[in-house]
Design a binder for this molecule. Structure first.
Ligand code: PLP
Length: 394
């Protein structure tokens, strides 16, 4: 076999989302796309907002000289300045444009940061349930993933985090609004976590960096505002992208922002820029850096996601499923009638409904439903959910 045993094993164990996505494509070909209800992948159906389209059009119509050339590995200085200006106002913290590094999405940024931070066997704490790619990203850079379970309502469980953070911990990954649970961490909870980590940093005489993975930072419901992790802990790096908020998942554009209070900010910045280069990203895509810079405030219509959430939540509740109503992002994470989430997913497939088992996110007995789909798809799926839950009752 030409490929490594490790990759062979990883591909087998860790590809639930892609597996379901491919199954969805197969089903759509077999029975017609309108009969399949695909909640497997967080691939937004909403088109980028008009400001974004206009910005791209202007660029293509009047391309700046040299736009397709190499640039500084951190990205264009004026783009980083625009990002810093927006983020500074949004998080109410001061930021240096030099501490913004443009990346190939949040996935690219996470790999850049982990590459810069980790020595072999260093530990990175993640909160379960978690975005499954974290496991692979941490392994890419020879780190060890340590899981801290969340509370029953998916909020941060500080006792669990206290247990998980030890002398080898380099970083704690937070993801709020959360994929898969939709929970958002409160300012108070983040401040408590900040205190806990400050104590650990003192005890182990080293920085413990929060990697605040926020690709859903603008997708927040009911008029709430996302509290800033920068304000809770000085040693923080914010990571985000425009995959979800501007509907640009295929364009691979995002950034990492280092807190001005990070104790190793200068060396961290230089090493992240270096890692962006040596991981082969070199720099984030030139055209899309320029296209997103003037539209940092823009977003896809969040009220449409909120409407989808409301209709889906009501329908699933009527069907008899239990879940926590998401405060942000576009995922639902209902409990399955018994612990066997894989069988439940298979039963849903018989109704042409595609979901992902919670086990893939480190929490079995649940399914993840991604509702960045059309309202027709949400409404059309509800009778099928009802029939499956009914089957379990009888
Ligand atoms: N982090 C989380 C929590 C995600 O849900 C995703 C994508 O679904 C990513 C990171 C990666 O996003 P990007 O497309 O920006 O690489």
């Amino acid at each position: 076999m030409a490929i490594s045993k490790k990759i062979e094993q990883m591909m087998g164990a860790g590809s639930w989302i892609r597996k379901m996505f491919e199954e969805g494509n197969r089903m759509k070909q077999a029975v017609g796309a309108d009969k399949v209800f695909d909640f497997s992948l967080g691939n937004p159906v909403m088109e980028p907002p008009p400001e974004m389209q206009k910005s791209l059009y202007n660029l293509v119509a009047n391309p700046p000289k040299g736009i397709h050339r190499y640039m500084q590995n951190a990205g264009y200085p004026d783009v980083r300045a625009s990002v810093a200006e927006y983020l500074q106002a949004d998080t109410q913290t001061s930021l240096d444009p030099n501490d913004i590094i443009m990346t190939c999405g949040a996935g690219g940024a996470l790999n850049v940061v982990l590459k810069a931070l980790l020595d072999p066997d260093d530990e990175v704490v993640v909160i379960a349930p978690f975005f499954p790619e974290y496991r692979f990203y941490i392994d890419n850079h020879l780190g060890r993933m340590i899981v801290a379970e969340s509370a029953q309502n998916f909020d941060l469980n500080l006792e669990e985090i206290d247990r998980a953070v030890g002398p080898k911990t380099k970083a704690v990954v937070l993801n709020s609004p959360n994929n898969p649970s939709g929970i958002m961490y409160s300012e108070k909870k983040l401040a408590e976590l900040g205190d806990l980590l400050a104590g650990k940093e003192k005890k182990y005489a080293k920085p413990i960096t929060i990697l605040s993975d926020e690709p859903y930072r603008k997708i927040v419901y009911d008029g709430h505002k996302l509290p800033s992790v920068f304000r809770a802990h000085p040693n923080t790096i914010l990571i985000t992208s425009h995959s979800k908020d501007l509907g640009l998942a295929g364009e691979r554009i995002g950034f990492a922002a280092i807190s001005s209070h990070h104790q190793d900010r200068n060396v961290l910045r230089e090493s992240m820029i270096f890692c962006n280069r040596i991981l082969g990203f070199v720099n984030a895509p030139a055209l899309f850096q320029r296209a997103v810079a003037p539209v940092q405030q823009a977003s896809v219509p969040v009220e449409q996601y909120q409407e989808l959430r409301d209709v889906f939540c009501q329908g699933l509740m009527d069907a008899g499923l239990e879940f926590i109503q998401p405060q942000g992002a576009f995922y639902l994470f209902p409990k399955t009638p018994d612990q066997d989430d894989v069988s439940f997913v298979q039963e849903l497939q018989k109704e042409y409904i595609l979901a992902v088992p919670g086990s893939g996110f480190g929490r079995k007995g649940h399914i993840r439903l991604s509702f960045c789909v059309s309202m027709n798809e949400v409404k059309g799926s509800l009778p099928g959910f009802k029939r499956v839950v009914e089957k379990y009752r009888t």
